[in-house]
Design a binder for this molecule. Structure first.
Ligand SMILES: Nc1ncnc2c1ncn2[C@@H]1O[C@H](COP(=O)(O)OP(=O)(O)OP(=O)(O)O)[C@@H](O)[C@H]1O
Length: 246
């Protein structure tokens, strides 16, 4: 079922944004600092209420759903998550089962495995690196087996090998029908791995479409104010930014 926003506005943060996101795809949300990416993701997760416009999942208005039902449908990973208590990795990941009210071990084991955390599952959170912590929080989302995975900069703290492994995993999730929405600053990752890109500028939608269109150098110049060039072949593109002239 689609996850859609229709003409949503929120104070000075979002203005008239409409988009119907499709399951089975990776949608990237890109844009400069302060453009409204995290705000939009929080709205899509039902955590922020808009001033006007509607947010729907399938035919349901998102905020009409009981919180537990919403949490079973949408798994949300905030930017810079923190663990409230210093518990073991496995216990944090198992919290992902809370919306289901069960302690099913298989999805927890699968999420640990997917994020390469099995060997660390008994390790307390305080004894992890930043990237290992980030992977643990994402594993918690995966353990909930949501219909939608919304993640704010999930790749930022990861090394290149773990980035690729995680993207591979999210692609498999999308192939099995899960909707995946990622806030990404790295435009090359968005270009190479997203099916669709929403570009936000100053709280409004500046582009929406296939990555090669939405992240065209003209859009980047207009929205980020930077002159760029894409190098490489499709699927392996790298973005070169030209420093401003003297
Ligand atoms: N709780 C809040 N109350 C009011 N304004 C906020 C709040 N949080 C963020 N903002 C403002 O809303 C705008 C959008 O913020 P948001 O965090 O969505 O941007 P972003 O695109 O995710 O930025 P970044 O790339 O820096 O993470 C910014 O101008 C920010 O200052």
């Amino acid at each position: 079922m689609t996850l859609s926003v229709n003409a949503i506005s929120l104070a000075a943060r979002l203005s008239g944004v409409s988009a119907a996101l499709q399951p089975g795809q990776i949608t990237a949300i890109c844009g400069p600092n302060g453009a409204g990416k995290s705000t939009l993701l929080s709205v899509l997760a039902g955590l922020l209420v808009v001033d006007s416009g509607t947010v729907q999942i399938g035919d349901d208005t998102l905020n009409d759903l009981p919180p537990k039902v919403r949490a079973r449908r949408i798994g949300y990973l905030p930017q810079n998550g923190e663990a409230a208590w210093d518990v073991a990795v496995r216990n944090v990941v198992a919290l992902g089962r809370m919306p289901h009210g069960d302690m099913a071990e298989r999805p927890v084991d699968a999420a640990l495995e997917a994020l390469n955390l099995t060997a660390l599952s008994d390790r307390p959170m305080s004894r992890l690196s930043g990237g290992e912590r980030a992977r643990t929080f994402l594993a918690r989302v995966l353990a909930g087996q949501p219909q939608w995975i919304l993640a704010d900069e999930p790749l930022a703290a990861l090394d290149i090998a773990h980035q690729l492994a995680l993207i591979g995993h999210l692609k498999r999730e999308a192939l099995s029908g899960t909707g995946v929405v990622l806030v990404l600053h790295d435009l090359s990752l968005a270009m190479n791995h997203a099916d669709r890109v929403l570009v936000l500028g100053n709280g409004a939608l500046a582009a929406d479409g296939a990555p090669q269109n939405a992240l065209d150098t003209g859009v980047i110049e207009r929205v980020w104010g930077v002159s760029t060039e894409w190098l490489g072949k499709p699927g392996e593109r790298a973005l070169i930014a030209r420093p401003p002239g003297p």
